[in-house]
Design a protein around this ligand. Structure first.
Ligand SMILES: [Mg+2]
Length: 376
């Protein structure tokens, strides 16, 4: 078992303990041999919402999963999104409001949620956190701390410690109250976590390169390229790898995947061709699906009389709008996948690059088809 998988399981068990307190617990799922259990993972944007607007069919669809269907059978479900920047409990609150029902944090997987699986490895080791919303000051750090990382330092901390390390901007006074005053000549960074999309590429690329080239992870030291060859470069973890993402602007914006390409390119130049020691989470990475699969089974077990109930992989469905993320990830993990026409993929683009199990006009039609093909 890899360290990541071991961490994943420990995160799973702590999550399972919390499940007993969820509202979902009150509901029971009755399934029979002829009606095998189904479990569903939803992408959010382009499936249940478009920007800030909740799609009208979303609410009926979730009603169906809660038993309002011709078989009177409930289906466990959760949400997998590459967005993030806040606690899962806060995201669950937002979704509860959007979908007019109780959504628990155990039903929410954000891009960085799976970073919890690294807490065993790095609980008491210094890590440099990059990216994520700047406000509220210290907010992103507190999310990582809630995952069990006890020595999280930010780009704001480094900038306040050594303003000349990024001379093109002054340290942000608004962040001052959240900055940790530390003597970084005594801190040995073990890893870099790109928690969410960088808000300041120039500064953040500088600090990633600084830590990767440092002597023993100490900020302000540097190894020669020859010395670098014999050293382990501190690993960098990206919470997702999306090149582009959409917002209210007319053209898609550059995402964390683009930041990674920029960093990789600069790193190659300054290190004379070295590779990043990188791991990426989020969709379509398999670690995220592994995590979701465990959570769905916990949801199923806690909502069923049969504590050994398993869903066969073909009855676990990812419903999404993006073939390169939702469908590719589900197919790679052996789940079934449904592609909807309410988001980034449209028929005029031609057949999707990753073939889904089914294509539907919208999420409600997808769930109807899934139930019919499984239970009729
Ligand atoms: Mg989407």
């Amino acid at each position: 078992m890899s360290l990541l998988s071991a961490g994943l399981l420990s995160a799973r068990y702590s999550s399972a303990r919390q499940l007993s307190r969820t509202a979902f617990n009150a509901r029971k799922i009755s399934t029979t041999k002829s009606r095998p259990p189904i479990a569903i993972a939803f992408d959010i944007d382009g499936v249940l919402k478009q920007g800030s607007k909740v799609l009208p069919e979303a609410l009926q669809t979730l009603d169906m999963l809660e038993g309002n269907n011709q078989w009177h059978t409930k289906v466990p479900y959760l949400f997998i999104t590459n967005s993030g920047g806040k606690m899962e409990s806060e995201r669950a609150k937002d979704l509860s409001k959007d979908f007019q029902r109780k959504v628990t944090k155990d039903q929410v997987i954000q891009a960085h949620t799976v970073m919890q699986s690294l807490a065993r490895m790095y609980a008491d080791k210094p890590i440099l956190m990059i990216g994520g919303p700047n406000l509220p000051p210290g907010g992103c750090r507190s999310v990582l701390e809630s995952y069990g990382f006890n020595q999280v330092y930010t780009a704001f901390d480094l900038h306040a410690y050594a303003p000349a390390s990024y001379p093109y901007a002054a340290p942000d006074p608004e962040q001052q109250k959240a900055v940790r005053q530390v003597d970084f000549s005594k801190v040995q960074f073990e890893a870099i976590f790109v928690f969410h999309d960088s808000r300041e590429w120039g500064r953040d690329i500088q600090y990633c390169v600084d830590v990767m080239r440092s002597d023993g992870g100490v900020f302000g030291t540097v190894l020669s390229n020859k010395e670098l060859l014999n050293r382990k470069i501190p690993p960098i973890y990206f919470s997702h790898g999306d090149l582009l993402w959409g917002n209210d602007f007319s053209v898609p914006r550059l995402g964390q995947g683009a930041f990674r390409f920029a960093l990789e390119s600069v790193w190659k130049q300054v290190s004379n061709g070295a590779e990043l020691n990188a791991t990426t989470f989020g969709k379509p990475e398999q670690l995220t699906y592994e995590y979701a699969n465990e959570l769905l089974h916990e949801l199923l077990r806690h909502t069923s009389e049969d504590k050994n109930l398993r869903v066969s992989p073909e009855n676990v469905w990812m419903i999404g709008d993006n073939p390169a993320s939702d469908v590719m990830g589900a197919n790679g993990f052996g789940w079934s996948s449904a592609l909807v026409r309410t988001g980034v993929w449209t028929d005029d683009q031609g057949p999707p690059a990753h073939k889904p199990t089914l294509i539907a006009d919208n999420v409600q039609q997808a769930v109807e088809q899934i139930m019919k093909r499984t239970w009729n």
